[in-house]
Design a protein around this ligand. Structure first.
Ligand code: SF4
Length: 615
């Protein structure tokens, strides 16, 4: 673990204690223990005392199934737990330089960047690159250090200007997008972390690992899911959500754009593709490189966009112009703006404008649904904190200014905005959003396989108890969410991508495969049951930080619209969340976790997980 204090310039290296590895594995798991030691309600997320923690998964840097890194801190956007998972090459490079965790504290007096090359660690001057976008920043650092193979995680203008939902970016589009980690970086005057590593990564049983890896590779790449993902990327999910009626359209006033959305389907996007790329060592390669060769947005070149970005900058804003969406997403990438939060805050303002609750005297322009020029102008304003964009840059902040009733139209949970979907139809998605430990988020627990309507015997085998295969049913969905919360925590602690796991295919990696991969790579024997307990430990530790912030049952809820407004039209017409059934799901969910009726972990649960001293 590498500790850097940007204020005192102190640089320190410590070995990862083996007990910590056994209890939390790595990545998100160890990040949480590091954060929890300093986490307090009065810790200001933008103060030098707030640590910014990078944590590569235990398997990150190894062939095939280890590419991810988590960035963790207290969030300036939500005001509580911040954490975001990032793909690309950066995590693997950090491990190759000898570090699995990097903890940055303090604040540099002037703009700086950190350069790591194996055991060489430097804090360097970043005055020349301050003010640059994320692509230009990476290009300039590579040129300054004369090394094209450097992997760089950096912020754009949004992070520098402390936009509450600024992200950290690496490569063309990989992002630790959510919870404002880029603003934390900006508050430290830290423009980038540049890494180059060429140390060996020791594998306990290389031959055994290679054999096992190849067998798992064959299995994964034979699934319909991986084949489709490798051809279309995540936008393939867009069509499903539109056809089934769980897509956010015009700030969730509607949940499908019907035939109007066809222009954003994956086969249309494919016409802009110049090829597919992948994160470190990943066989799935789910990312399109795209180029717009003519017309108004000619010259746009980017990677992606992901389903989440497309949905958030597209239909959520009533924007169905594919080229405008591609251009606007690329602009977010360059500025270092989280596309999901950006979309939700703009959608909020657009609905307030539609309802006459705010006007052009405040916004400076008509916030009409689907107006691509307005969207692009707002992105410039947000990143540079100009005009009305300066208000949007405050995230959920301007509720008071917009008017007392405005809060009803900001779709958020735990002060954190929801995403590109609407959860009134899929009840497992709804509960997962409500209980997520970082506020509204699909990555903490979403069981995408719920949309497949798998035979209930298959679901029972995975989840260890009865689960309905009806998307709109409440039955067994608490179990599903609880199971994925634990499983996803382990997945992040290992550095494995959701898309290689049982997230979307019952044939993808599960605990038994994780256990064997760990054994081959590290020599550690950790049974599937122990892994599940590690997931429980990580998730419960996250919960304890929220409890420290004063959160409990009343915060595990959904936007008012989900309870009070049945979906007005489209394929999921009439779907709504029953308050009573939602509370029943919550009771079942707390019981499965061993938390009390207020959602507070019980003492025996903390004892069983060895978390008493962490409390
Ligand atoms: S499936 Fe896609 S996002 Fe996941 S590691 Fe592979 S390339 Fe990256």
């Amino acid at each position: 673990m590498l500790f850097i204090d940007l204020g005192t310039r102190d640089i320190r290296i410590e070995a990862v204690p083996s007990e910590l590895r056994r209890k939390f594995l790595g990545g998100r798991g160890i990040n949480m223990t590091l954060l929890s030691r300093l986490y307090a309600p009065d810790l200001d997320p933008l103060s030098p005392a707030n640590p910014l923690i990078f944590g590569a998964g235990l398997l990150t840097g190894t062939l095939g199934f280890g590419s991810r890194i988590n960035i963790t801190s207290k969030s300036p956007e939500s005001g509580h737990l911040g954490d975001s998972n990032m793909g690309g090459q950066f995590g693997a490079e950090l491990v190759k330089a000898g570090f699995s965790h990097l903890v940055i504290a303090g604040k540099s007096p002037t703009p700086a960047y950190v350069f790591i090359k194996n055991d060489l660690v430097e804090i360097r001057d970043a005055k020349e690159i301050w003010g640059r976008d994320t692509l230009d920043t990476q290009k300039r650092i590579r040129s300054e250090l004369g090394d094209e193979k450097l992997q760089i995680a950096c912020i754009g203008q949004a992070g520098e200007n402390l936009v509450k939902f600024a992200c950290v970016r690496t490569g063309m589009k990989n992002a630790a997008g959510r919870t404002g980690m880029g603003a934390v970086m900006g508050s430290k005057n830290l423009k980038a972390v540049a890494v180059r590593g060429n140390l060996d990564i020791t594998i306990s049983d290389p031959k055994g690992y290679l054999r096992y890896y190849l067998s798992q590779l064959e299995k994964l790449m034979g699934t319909k899911w991986a084949i489709a993902l490798g051809k279309y990327g995540t936008p393939l999910m867009f069509k499903n959500s539109n056809l089934m009626g769980f897509l956010s359209y015009k700030n969730n006033q509607y949940t499908s754009a019907g035939a109007l959305a066809k222009g954003l389907y994956a086969d249309v996007l494919e016409t802009y593709s110049t090829g597919m790329v992948a994160c470190f060592g990943c066989p799935v390669h789910c990312r399109h490189r795209i180029a717009i060769r003519e017309g108004r947005y000619q010259g746009t070149v980017e990677e992606g966009p992901e389903y989440a970005s497309m949905g958030s900058i597209g239909p959520k804003l009533g924007n169905l112009d594919v080229e405008n969406v591609l251009y606007a997403v690329e602009l977010c990438n360059r500025y270092g703006l989280d596309t999901i939060s950006t979309g939700t805050y703009i959608a909020w303002a657009m609905e307030l404008y539609q309802r006459g609750m705010i006007g052009t005297d405040l916004t400076g322009m008509p916030l009409e649904w689907g107006n691509g020029d307005v969207i692009v102008e707002l992105l410039h304003q947000i990143a540079h904190r100009r005009g009305f964009g300066n208000l949007i840059a405050e995230g959920p902040g301007p509720r008071e200014l917009y008017g007392k009733a405005s809060g009803d139209y900001l779709l958020e949970i735990k002060n954190f905005p929801i995403e590109m979907t609407d959860e009134r139809l899929p009840k497992s998605f709804a509960l997962g959003m409500a209980t997520s430990s970082r506020g509204a988020c699909h990555m903490r627990s979403r069981a995408s396989i719920d949309v497949l309507g798998l035979p209930e015997e298959v679901l029972k085998k995975i989840y260890g108890g009865p689960v309905s295969n009806q998307l709109s049913s409440y039955s067994g969905k608490a179990r599903m969410v609880w199971w994925h919360e634990l499983f996803n925590a382990v997945t992040d602690a290992l550095g494995i991508c959701r898309f290689q796991s049982v997230f979307s295919s019952p044939h993808a990696l599960q605990y038994p495969e994780y256990s064997r991969l760990i054994k081959y790579v590290t020599g550690l024997s950790i049974t599937p049951g122990e892994l599940k307990r590690i997931g429980e430990r990580i998730y419960t530790l996250e919960r304890m930080m929220l409890v420290r912030d004063g959160m409990s049952r009343q915060d595990d809820t959904l936007p008012k619209r989900y309870f009070d407004e049945p979906i007005p039209e489209g394929p999921a017409k009439g779907e709504v969340i029953s308050r009573e059934k939602f509370q029943e799901m919550l009771d079942q969910y707390y019981r499965l976790h061993g938390w009390d009726e207020n959602g507070v972990p019980k003492k025996p649960t903390l004892e069983r997980l060895g978390l008493i001293h962490e409390n």
